[in-house]
Each structure stands twice: as structure tokens, then as C-alpha cells.
Design a protein around this ligand. Structure first.
Ligand code: FE
Length: 301
């Protein structure tokens, strides 16, 4: 067993996207190496409909996957292929844009005005950038939920936990996407694979993540023994980026902690990124933009 060093603790930044949706972005500001194969993570939890009702009207995607997880409220979705749907609390949509789609995503909120959820972008390998678009629409009830003896609760969206496999499948980077709740004051060890990049995104409560490496600049918790492992505080809206290792240790605080634990195999390919289109070369980006202008962007219908 080796604990992965914590590489960085990041706090979200306020961002405006779509037609004026206020959201919190954890990463996705251009540095693609640290999170490879993931490109962006947006936290769109919001209790004020004025901040999200404008939504994300018609826009294209190519070369990536977008993974939307709704916690409260609903998102109405429609695309150029004729797909239409509505995601509600607990649902996941894993969309492989591949060669290209045009779609809109319209957050509607619940009767209390809450619209809560996340959107993660995963990159596609060069060999699949132009693959046929695919949707995996997962209802909340299809997501396995596991409760450990210590009360830790895990929803397995993609990948595996304690022998349960999530419903999302056939994704090239073989990602793991778990929604983990650890009870107050509990310490929990969670396995991850050494060949992956992994991060935890905290969205309720707080706690600390333990590190086996040398102390780093973001160290926040002084320890009595200078030789003991450093510890990093993580509260709501913080993202903990791990280095390679095979397990993560989290100590929940007095309110418990809930976080997404996401991991994936890095692609280590060149990234050319223009808004919602992510390819390998500038030439491929120019091609995509010229196809959008000439109406030849959609390759598979
Ligand atoms: Fe989109």
C-alpha cells in the first residue's frame, strides 16, 4: 500500500457559462496535464433561479465526453440527433460527443429553487475523437449504493467499489466516478489504481486527506511529530488532486464529508482546446469551426 501524495488543494472559482449561468469551476482553465484524461469540472449548485435559468442554449461539442450528475432540480436536454430527455435528482448523463453533436442543456430547479449538480468533461483518445455520439442516460435507481459497516455510503456511477460495478460502461479512459459520504469523525481508506490520475471534489461537510509525501506549501494542519504524514484540510468547494498511489485516506470532520472520487487513465496526447471542442491539433480545431460555419459539422445522425 502506498498513499498518494496530495499534489494540490484547489478551490473553485466563480465562472459564467452558457447564456449567463453562474457556476463554480474547480478546474478547466487550460492546464490539462494534471487532470488528464479530465478537462473540466463545473459545480453548478445554486439556489437562485435567476443565476441558472438562462441555461446552456444550443452549442456544439466534439472530441470529448460530458458527464452530468444532478443532485437536486432537473436539467432538460435536447440534441441535433433528436434525443430529448430530462434528468432529475440522482440521475447521470454520460454523453460521448465523439464526432459532434449540437445540444442544449436547460436547468429548471426544484420547487424550492434549487439546482444542484456537477458537470465533468473527459477527453477522448485521438482514435475515438470522431466516434459516433453516444448517450448513457442513467436513472438514479440504476446506480448501485453500498453502505459499509462504518456507515460510509457510496454511489457507484462508473467503475467499481466493493465488487459493485457502476452502470456507465465502455469508456476508453476506464474512469472511476464515485459519490462517497463518510460519517462524522470516521477515518476511511479508499482504493485507487496507481496508473491513474485521481481527485476528490468535496461538496458537503469537510475533513482532511492524509498524505505520505514530504510536506508541501499548501499544508494547513501542523502536526506534533515532524516525521508523520502531512494532512490537508478540505471543505465544501475544494478539490484535492492526488499524485499516483493506490489508496486515499480521508478523515471526516464533525459534520461528515461527502465528495466525488474521480479517477481515470491519462491519455498523454496533445490537446487543442477551443470552447466546447477539444481535439489534438490546431488544424482539427480549424476544421471543426469551418464545418460549423458551413453546416457540415454533424457526421453521424
Ligand atoms: Fe454541453
Amino acid at each position: 500500500m502506498s498513499l498518494p501524495p496530495v499534489r494540490e488543494v484547489i478551490h473553485t472559482k466563480s465562472t459564467i457559462e452558457g447564456a449567463g449561468v453562474k457556476l463554480q469551476r474547480a478546474f478547466g482553465f487550460g492546464n490539462t496535464k494534471d487532470f488528464d484524461p479530465f478537462l473540466l469540472l463545473d459545480d453548478f449548485r445554486n439556489d437562485n433561479p435567476q443565476d441558472y435559468l438562462a441555461g446552456f442554449p444550443w452549442h456544439p461539442h466534439r472530441g470529448i465526453e460530458t458527464i452530468t450528475y444532478v443532485l437536486a432540480g432537473s436539467v432538460e436536454h435536447a440534441d441535433s440527433l433528436g434525443n430529448k430527455g430530462k434528468m432529475t435528482a440522482g440521475d447521470v448523463q454520460w454523453m460521448t460527443a465523439g464526432s459532434g453533436i449540437l445540444h442544449q442543456e436547460m436547468p429548471k430547479g426544484d420547487p424550492e429553487g434549487r439546482m444542484h449538480g456537477f458537470q465533468l468533461w473527459a477527453n477522448l483518445p485521438a482514435s475515438l475523437k470522431m466516434t459516433q455520439p453516444r448517450y448513457q442516460d442513467i436513472r438514479s435507481s440504476e446506480i448501485p449504493e453500498i453502505t459499509d459497516d462504518d456507515g460510509t455510503h457510496v454511489r457507484v456511477i462508473c467503475g467499481e467499489f466493493r465488487g459493485q460495478t457502476g452502470p456507465v460502461e465502455g469508456v476508453a479512459t476506464d474512469p472511476g466516478y464515485l459519490d462517497i459520504s463518510v460519517r462524522p469523525n470516521r477515518k476511511k481508506r479508499l482504493k485507487i489504481e496507481t496508473t491513474r490520475n485521481a481527485f476528490a471534489y468535496v461538496f458537503a461537510g469537510g475533513g482532511t486527506f492524509r498524505d505520505s509525501s514530504e510536506p508541501q506549501a499548501v499544508l494547513t494542519d501542523q502536526v506534533a511529530n515532524p516525521d508523520s504524514a502531512p494532512v490537508y484540510d478540505a471543505g465544501n468547494h475544494s478539490l484535492v488532486l492526488f499524485d499516483r498511489g493506490d489508496e486515499v485516506v480521508v478523515q471526516a470532520g464533525a459534520e461528515g464529508i461527502r465528495f466525488l472520487l474521480v479517477s481515470g487513465k491519462p491519455l498523454e496526447e496533445p490537446v487543442a482546446w477551443y470552447g466546447p471542442i477539444v481535439m489534438n491539433t490546431q488544424e482539427q480545431l480549424r476544421q471543426a469551426i469551418s464545418e460549423l460555419q458551413s453546416g457540415t459539422f454533424i457526421k453521424h445522425t
